[in-house]
Design a protein around this ligand. Structure first.
Ligand SMILES: [Zn+2]
Length: 383
């Protein structure tokens, strides 16, 4: 699909919902309509040797929609059906152009309905509501609003609901609204990030992203729940419910943490074109903090960040674990092993006299190393 330069796609993830079945049904039906449309086109081609006119196809689909046994087709609005036919004709046009140029290619094919991924709306069928909610054909879903209510205010071209293979749902919004253009014009920056416990991230520009309070609260809750469990006799009624309570605490915290990671990842990827991070030694970190809960958290965050980055076209560069990012002076390159001591939060370089905040200095070094890596990669490509 090709949009002009100023068109932007904004993505949000929907919260888990009991009502996802509705979206799934809708996407499946869109898949059936897509396959039906292709069959009509192919039959017409076999009979006449010509590509069926798009409006003729749309007329036939409208006819089929009014047949009783297809009454569920009405879940998918007429706009969305039109988008499906537009999509098919775009694919055919591409196919014919390629064939003329002698490029090897095949016409659009039928797809398994289960693998059909999305349905697109133009003007109707959706509405963004206050407080991070969207109505899709009257069904209300909540989404992680990393755009601070922007989606409610801007003029929208299309809304695509996508189903991932994991059964998650994402909403892709295309817009040419100037409100979203500032970032694109400025060009996205580059950033190095240092992970920590209290400051979840320290960025190379000196800004910090604090761990949310529920991280700490979560650890306390889990501790309380496991103490309660340890006081119960195994196999008793009380044991069973204490075990369930502990499990619920874990689930609860894992969910909130994941949601926060998504939101943060969207924010970072929309802001930065290059993100440099350290490949983490999770075991070493767990020992350092003595908090098991964080073992997975960082690798989980990096996973979500990298997934998000692909959507935004952001490059995530991982720096080798053994690069001494916190022991190197980012001003003169002097390596000073005394700073290995984690209790040293700030230091002055004995070589050049520059004063450093431990984490910011590390983040600056991580970015610098990422740039060296990218340069080497460029050179290798040129050679
Ligand atoms: Zn120095």
């Amino acid at each position: 699909m090709c949009y002009n330069d100023v068109m932007r796609t904004l993505t949000v993830k929907l919260y888990n919902s009991d009502d996802f079945g509705y979206l799934s049904d809708m996407i499946n039906i869109a898949g059936i309509i897509y396959n039906t449309a292709l069959t009509i086109i192919q039959n017409h081609y076999t009979e006449t040797g010509k590509l069926l006119d798009k409006y003729e196809l749309q007329k036939q689909l409208r006819g089929l929609r009014n047949v009783d046994e297809n009454h569920h087709w009405r879940y998918v609005g007429s706009q969305a059906v039109q988008e499906i036919t537009d999509r098919i004709y775009r694919a055919y046009r591409l196919f014919f152009t390629n064939r003329e140029k002698g490029v090897k290619c095949s016409p659009p094919r039928r797809r398994k309905v289960k693998k059909y991924k999305s349905v697109t709306y133009k003007q109707a069928g959706y509405k963004f509501l206050p407080d991070g909610r969207i109505s899709i054909n009257g069904h209300i879903y909540r989404y992680w609003d990393s755009y601070d209510g922007l989606l409610e205010r801007i003029e929208i071209k299309t809304v695509t609901v996508k189903r991932s293979i994991l059964g998650e749902f994402f909403v892709y919004v295309t817009t040419d609204s100037p409100a979203t253009m500032r970032e694109a014009r400025d060009g996205r920056g580059e950033v190095g990030m240092d992970f920590g416990l209290k400051m979840f991230l320290t960025l190379s520009d000196g800004s910090v992203i604090r761990s949310p309070e529920f991280f700490r609260q979560g650890v306390a809750d889990i501790r309380k729940a496991s103490r309660a469990l340890s006081r119960k006799v195994m196999g008793s009624n009380g044991y069973e419910s204490a075990l369930k309570a502990l499990y619920r605490r874990h689930q609860d915290i894992a969910n909130r943490r994941r949601d926060w990671f998504w939101k943060l990842s969207h924010e970072l990827c929309s802001r930065y074109g290059v993100i440099a991070i350290e490949d983490l030694n999770i075991k070493g970190m767990a020992r350092m903090w003595g908090r098991k809960v964080h073992d997975y958290a960082f690798s989980e965050f990096v996973e979500i960040l990298e997934w998000c980055a692909r959507k935004y076209g952001t490059r995530v560069i991982r720096i080798g674990r053994y690069y001494p990012s916190s022991q190197t002076c980012s001003a003169c390159g002097h390596v000073w092993p005394s700073t290995k001591d984690l209790s040293i939060r700030e230091w002055t370089c004995p070589e050049c006299g520059v004063y450093h905040d431990r984490d910011v200095n590390a983040a600056v070094n991580i970015l610098a190393e990422a740039k060296r890596i990218m340069n080497r990669m460029e050179q290798a490509k040129d050679a």
